[in-house]
Write a protein that binds this ligand. Sequence first.
Ligand SMILES: C[S@@+](CC[C@H](N)C(=O)[O-])C[C@H]1O[C@@H](n2cnc3c(N)ncnc32)[C@H](O)[C@@H]1O
Length: 256
Amino acid sequence: MTIELPPLHEDMVFLSPLSEERATGFVGWLAGGLPAHATMLDVGCGWAELSLRVAAAAPRARVVGVDLDEQSLEVARRRARERHLGDRTQFLPGDGAITGPDEVDVLVAIGASQVWGQESEEMQPLPYAAALSGIRDRVRRGARVLYGDGVWSRSPTPEATAPLAGRDDEFVTLPELVDLAVEHGFVPVAVQEASQDEWDAFESGFTAHYATWLATHEPDHPDADEVRDRARRQRDAYFRGYRGILGLAYLQLLAV
Ligand SMILES: C[S@@+](CC[C@H](N)C(=O)[O-])C[C@H]1O[C@@H](n2cnc3c(N)ncnc32)[C@H](O)[C@@H]1O
């Protein structure tokens, strides 16, 4: 059943658990690696809020975002025009593993490791190694890379894994992820994990469109039961499942 829910970008700033304060730190660090004529690539950029901020902070650099979701790319392009960044930004549709420039000075991949996995590997362990290897192949030595993805903050429980991929080995721990980054040609400059507040804000934003829909449609609308059910399942998945167990690691890396 296709239900027209308000798009996520109306309720969320970023499509990851990321506070304004942490984002500001990332923007400054990424822009610092972008002198005149340098290029940044954002793989799986979504509506690219972080990349647009980097483009504004690095006024002589070029920023390229790639995503499969044309609706998000259109939001990114519109915001780029509104912020007068249209001439230095490009948002390309396509597979992030192969689309866009071959070699860049700065690369961002947040929540996008699956870009380097096989489609048939759905519900498999997250392909961290393939992602880190693919990223290393796309950046120059010395490049700054912001890599973010899921990790286990605590040992997974059956309630946590059930609404995810249903397996304990879907994610690694933070120290294991740092080791993988080192094995794939990076040195970590900073390692951080999203806080519980960032997660709660992220999950609230993620479910806000159900609330908006329910508040703007009659309770006996033919889709109302389905929307109520989806909202309840998402709440249960988080509050009774992976809250405090699934984490989000942010690795600031230099390519060596
Ligand atoms: C969790 S979202 C993260 C979006 C963004 N990086 C952020 O942090 O706000 C993952 C994004 O990866 C995109 N994606 C998934 N597979 C992709 C692929 N093969 N190539 C390009 N983008 C892909 C999705 O469309 C989605 O926008």
